[in-house]
Every structure is written in C-alpha cells, then in structure tokens.
Design a protein around this ligand. Structure first.
Ligand SMILES: [Fe+2]
Length: 228
C-alpha cells in the first residue's frame, strides 16, 4: 500500500518538473515572456537563438531558481509543428464559410469551460495577490497596446456553503459579481486564454489556470472534485 505523504515527507516528494510552452508568432517571444512575468513567474534565463527567436527559462517561484522543478521553458512554436498546424487549419478550412463543424464545436466547449482542453494550473498562496494580478491583466486587456483584446479571462468562485468563504468572495474585486462555480469547495480559479501561446489540436491559444485554496480546509476544490 502506498505511503501517505505527510508534511514531513513533502520536501522529498516527487514533483512536477517543467512544462515546455510555445509562443505562436516568432517575434512575440518578449510579449509572451512579459505575460509570464505578469502572472508572477520569474525569468531566470534568456537565450537568443540562431533563428532569431528567444528561448526563456522561468520558475514559478524564486525558490525554484536552482532546482529542477517548478520550471517553465518558453520557446517559439517549432517549424514542423507550425507547418502541421497550418496544414490542419487549411484542411479543415478554419475561419472560412466552409469550416469543418468540429472546429466550432470545440470552440463552443472551450467557451463553456476553460478546463475542457489541455491547460496548466498554478497554485497561488495569496488571494490578494491573485486579485491584484488579475485586475492588472484585466486592465492590460482593456488598454495595453500589445495585450489589448488578447486575454480572455474567466473566474470560478468556490461552491457556496462556507459563510466566511462566501463573504470574502462577495467582497472580492474580481469574484464579487461572478456566478460561475468551481468543481469543488473552498477554492477559487482564474483562467486566462491567450492566442500569444500555442496549444491544443489547432494551436490557436493556450489556457492558464490560477487557483487559490482557503487555508485549513480539509476538503477543497483541488483535493476533491465534486459533481453537481
Ligand atoms: Fe484545471
């Protein structure tokens, strides 16, 4: 039987090492890196490659700087992958009047639920930090010359039932008016979809998820998934 991890064991636990991210447009490496910095990640390395694009290493928290985990690698979408995505888009007539209906169906599902497809989630230790960062992202999506209209932001509140959590979220500058709910209690989610990054079957965008879990809750959205 597998050993149950306790707090004392966590320092030696296996962990998620890294995720390799790709930006769509070869010239948008600096913009992709700026967005990762706005998410709160720390750039630790930047290399200009021979093909003119830039490779970056980020860590999700500075305490990962010298470690082998908590890493995000960022590079331009590789040429062969770009060619395949372009061929796929052409074959499915994406964006034209004859577009294959499967394309719209997938888009519809993404619009209903940002967790529908591939995405990466990050745990944030402070709800105030999450609120501040997302207010800045909302503002950038309204007015930043390079980011305007390129961020699609969605919020999920914690399922109702804990009076303190509900009151805190009612007073939140980003969650107060939200009527979408997470798949569980005592935690919130914030999503950013952006076409600056490539992922998914058509490579058109990527979803980033940021979560906060209220402290001292035995059960929360990231420990137990709940259905309706
Ligand atoms: Fe998720």
């Amino acid at each position: 039987m597998a050993e149950v991890l306790t707090q004392e064991h966590v320092g030696a636990a296996r962990s998620l090492g890294h995720v390799a991210l790709h930006y769509n447009a070869p010239h948008e490496g600096p913009l992709a890196a700026r967005l990762l910095a706005m998410f709160g990640f720390n750039e630790t390395q930047k290399l200009l490659l021979e093909n003119g694009t830039t490779f970056y290493r980020f860590v999700v928290d500075d305490r990962h700087h010298a470690r082998g985990d908590g890493i995000l690698y960022l590079s331009a979408l590789p040429d062969a992958q770009r060619k395949l995505l372009e061929a796929t888009g052409a074959a499915l007539k994406v964006g034209t009047a004859e577009e294959h209906p499967a394309v719209a169906e997938l888009r519809h599902q993404y619009d209903q639920d940002p967790e529908y497809g591939f995405h990466v989630g990050f745990l944030v230790e402070s709800l105030e930090e999450l609120e501040t960062r997302f207010q800045a992202l909302e503002e950038a999506n309204r007015s930043d010359p390079d980011l305007k209209g390129r961020l699609r932001i969605t919020y999920n509140r914690a399922r109702k039932g804990d009076a303190d959590v509900d009151a805190r979220l009612d007073a939140s500058p980003i969650y107060g008016d939200v009527d979408r709910y997470a798949y569980g209690r005592n935690g919130v989610q914030a999503f950013v979809e952006t076409d600056i990054f490539s992922s998914g079957p058509l490579g058109q965008s990527m979803f980033f998820e940021f979560d906060y879990v209220f402290p001292d809750k035995a059960s929360h959205v990231l420990s137990v998934v709940e259905q309706d």
